[in-house]
Design a protein around this ligand. Structure first.
Ligand code: ZN
Length: 628
């Protein structure tokens, strides 16, 4: 602490009247009595940040904070009314004022000019949050929870800051151990270790309940207590990557979860839904709402490209993965340049309607861990344009003859992709598209983070022309409404989670629609083995299911048509994966494959070895690989 203070003092002019320096987790905060003097030199903050090699924030000392009422009046005067400010709230623990606005750009001002005026005139550091264009319970709940737990968050961040500044042992070795998601899909979890670090990358669960022994990652095989884990770094919000994190908090983990801001909100939404689904289907979720709350207190968000210290010898940076809103690859810089590891998470190297394609340029890359969902020899998918046209043709034919189309989707990602396609192809259709379950809420979260979306979608949301809000989309209210829709004569399309029909609204709709040959089921995402989706994909038309109260087995006769299209995937197909790894700069020295069925991981590794002449490996769960 003394050292940091001395560094700050050596740069900062005395006129700024430095009151104190705090280390809040990975960032350094300087409190000043004279903020105006600080802003006289525009490069000051960059100078301090590069000297400390940390993110640096400036806040007003408590003595210069205007009373909240007065500060509010000043803010109302400074911020132009066109900014559409919805809410202004003060967070005294962080000396911050949170301004929620429809047009954050106008609260920021040119080159940050409006923000600067706010801190100069009120003493409070402004933090601007975008109001989603659709009302979102998740965003409201997350923002309120963060504010109401701000005292605990402050305490946690200060403690973490102290820990991060404790010198570690020399980095003599680096190793990784697969705890889940190796030679399989589901429960992704990787343990990265050095003599002074234990870091988890992802901590998911297998949502496919067919084999309970494979539901959770092998945390208990590590000989580590949960409180020995230093950090969890999360690639994206899907439950097979994030679904087990609240469990860590339920059983003693007290460290941070690093993720992008949209991943935080989407993760909370999906975990909450996971609890509801598990508990309602006769099972028991491995954690409760309280644990999600605790997790939220410990989340530290980072944007793409921000370098962040995780421990004394591990630092990471997120890079766009193109897979869903906020999804990231994780670049790890270990032991001051000793080793660089990239963990792909799930990636899409190719066009989708929601996200930009995955990035390929990294500062350094020795080892690359690459997903292999569609890495098998057979996994070459048709072009997205063909897939979309074929999908819309099938929809048209079915609705024209008065049938209903059921499209099971993952609530976040595929649902929005399908909505964008339908909206573009049908413009003002003579049928309704019903949006069920969490899909609507997930769409709303998208509208709060347009900067994480593909340019065309981003522009539409910013211009208040979000495709998700078109009148053709209607929300399904409850199971009674589901019955009404199914029993009516109306031709329609239903977009409903879960994507593999292993529970949730899509399964309820399947039960209601399966008898009628006029109806059509279109499977648009990956179907893992043993799921109802996979059975239907394979041609089974008599599906064993449990009744509504989960008390007895029944057989569901499926007369409706079933079509399967994988071109919509948020994952890269085989040729995209190969193109991707070929494009990665610098070229990695070693590629390890993961997140795919056994044969696919092997297939992909073999081809990459031949193509790039680099070492490849296909680790199993619990295999450890020494990287250095
Ligand atoms: Zn995913």
């Amino acid at each position: 602490m003394k050292e940091i203070e001395a560094s700050v003092l050596s740069i900062i002019p005395s006129g700024c009247e430095l009151a104190k320096v705090e280390v809040e987790g990975p960032q350094v905060v300087i409190y000043l009595k004279n903020v105006k003097a600080f802003y006289e030199d525009e490069n000051l903050i960059t100078k301090i940040a590069s000297k400390l090699r940390k993110k640096v924030l400036v806040r007003g000392d408590v003595s210069i904070l205007q009373p909240q009422e007065k500060a509010l009046a000043i803010i109302k005067e400074i911020v132009p009314p066109e900014a559409g400010v919805k809410d202004v709230r003060f967070d005294p623990n962080f000396h911050e004022v949170l301004i929620e606005a429809a047009k954050p750009g106008l609260v920021i001002g040119k080159g940050g000019s409006v923000l600067k005026m706010i801190i100069l005139q009120t003493g409070w550091s402004p933090k601007v949050l975008r109001v989603p264009t659709m009302p979102s319970e998740t965003i409201t709940a997350v923002r309120s929870a963060l504010l109401s737990q701000s005292e605990q968050r402050k305490k946690f961040l200060l403690q973490l800051g102290k820990k991060l500044y404790t010198p570690g042992k020399p980095t003599e070795w680096v190793k990784i151990t697969g705890l889940g998601g190796f030679r399989e899909i589901g429960r992704s979890c990787l343990l990265l270790q050095t003599p002074s670090s234990n870091v988890l990358l992802d901590c998911g669960l297998n949502v496919d309940p067919s084999d309970p022994s494979k539901a959770y990652p092998y945390l208990n095989a590590t000989n580590l207590e949960l409180d020995q884990i230093d950090a969890v770094i999360l690639s994206h919000a899907h439950l097979d990557h994030s679904g087990f994190i609240p469990y860590l908090y339920a059983y003693g983990y007290e460290g941070p979860v690093y993720c992008t801001p949209p991943t935080r909100d989407m993760m909370v939404l999906l975990q909450q839904d996971c609890i509801n689904v598990m508990n309602s289907e006769g099972g028991k979720a491995p954690y409760s709402e309280r644990d999600i709350k605790k997790e939220l207190t410990h989340v530290i968000t980072r944007e793409y490209g921000e370098v962040t210290d995780v421990t004394s010898d591990v630092r990471f940076t997120f890079h766009n993965a193109g897979h869903m809103v906020g999804s990231a690859m994780i670049h790890l810089h270990i032991g001051e340049g000793l080793h660089n590891l990239i963990y792909s998470g799930d990636i899409k190297f190719g066009k989708t309607r929601v996200c930009d394609s995955a990035s390929t340029v990294f500062p350094r890359a020795e080892t690359f861990l690459l997903e292999s969902t569609y890495g098998g020899r057979q996994d070459v998918k048709p072009r997205i344009e063909e897939t979309e046209a074929k999908f819309c043709d099938m929809v048209r034919q079915t609705v024209d003859k008065g049938g209903k189309v059921l499209v099971p989707v993952i609530a976040s990602g595929r649902a929005q992709e399908i909505m964008c396609v339908l909206e573009e192809y049908f413009k003002e259709p003579n049928f309704t598209v019903y949006i069920d379950g969490m899909s609507k809420e997930a769409s709303a979260v998208h509208t709060a983070y347009p900067e994480y979306l593909r340019r065309t979608l981003q522009r539409r949301i910013l211009q208040n022309d979000s495709p998700f809000e078109k009148p053709m989309f209607k929300t399904v209210q409850n199971s009674e409404h589901r019955k009404q829709i199914a029993e009516s004569d109306e031709a329609c399309v239903i977009v409903a989670p879960s994507g593999m029909l292993n529970g949730g609204p899509s399964l309820q709709f399947l039960k209601l629609l399966a008898h009628d040959a006029k109806n059509l089921l279109i499977l648009v995402s990956y179907q893992s083995s043993m799921t109802i989706g996979r059975k239907l994909q394979q041609g089974d038309r008599e599906i064993p299911i449990v009744d509504e109260r989960a008390t007895k087995q029944e057989t569901l006769k499926v007369n409706m048509s079933v079509q399967s299209m994988e071109g919509f995937s948020g994952h890269s197909d085989r040729s995209q994966l190969l193109n991707f790894i070929r494009s990665v700069r610098p070229k990695p020295m070693r590629v390890l494959t993961m997140h795919g069925d056994n044969g696919k991981c092997e297939d992909l590794a073999r081809t990459i070895n031949k193509m790039l002449h680099v070492e490849t490996r296909v680790p199993m769960n619990l295999d450890s690989t020494r990287l250095k």
